[in-house]
Design a protein. Structure first.
Length: 142
């Protein structure tokens, strides 16, 4: 199994069809174990059979809503950003994440590969998103 960082191909198609409103839809992020198989071909979040971090230990399946989502244009790019997601009182291991649109049938947006397993034991697990710029935004269309 493997997690490969990518903007999901389906998301690119869905944007062309006008299916996403990233600053008003409910955008979520869910965490996955190293047993997950996620990448550019991932089309949607599914609550079973995809090796998501188990419910409990400070994590709830389905992940968390990305707060204060915003979309801007920056130079020649469209960029999405939100507050950095975190899980408190957490005890689990995660290898990657999926950003998805909960409002639009859980359509996948992007897959994040952490580059290895990250474990937290009774602390805070936080993903720090890069700056919302044309070359760094977590989700951007150039």
């Amino acid at each position: 199994m493997a997690i490969t960082q990518a903007m999901c191909t389906q998301f690119k198609r869905d944007v062309m069809l006008g299916l996403h409103d990233l600053d008003s839809d409910t955008i979520k992020i869910a965490l996955f174990t190293s047993s997950a198989s996620l990448g550019a071909a991932t089309t949607a979040y599914a609550s079973s059979g995809i090796n998501e971090v188990a419910n409990g230990g400070g994590y709830t399946t389905g992940g968390v809503t990305l707060a204060n989502a915003s979309v801007i244009t920056n130079s020649t790019s469209g960029c999405f950003d939100s507050d950095d997601p975190s899980w408190t009182s957490a005890t689990f291991t995660a290898r990657g994440a999926m950003i998805y649109n909960d409002t639009e049938s859980d359509l996948a947006i992007a897959i994040l590969d952490f580059g290895g397993d990250f474990t937290v034991a009774g602390g805070t697990f936080k993903i720090v998103f890069p700056a919302q710029t044309a070359s760094n935004a977590i989700v951007r269309i150039d």
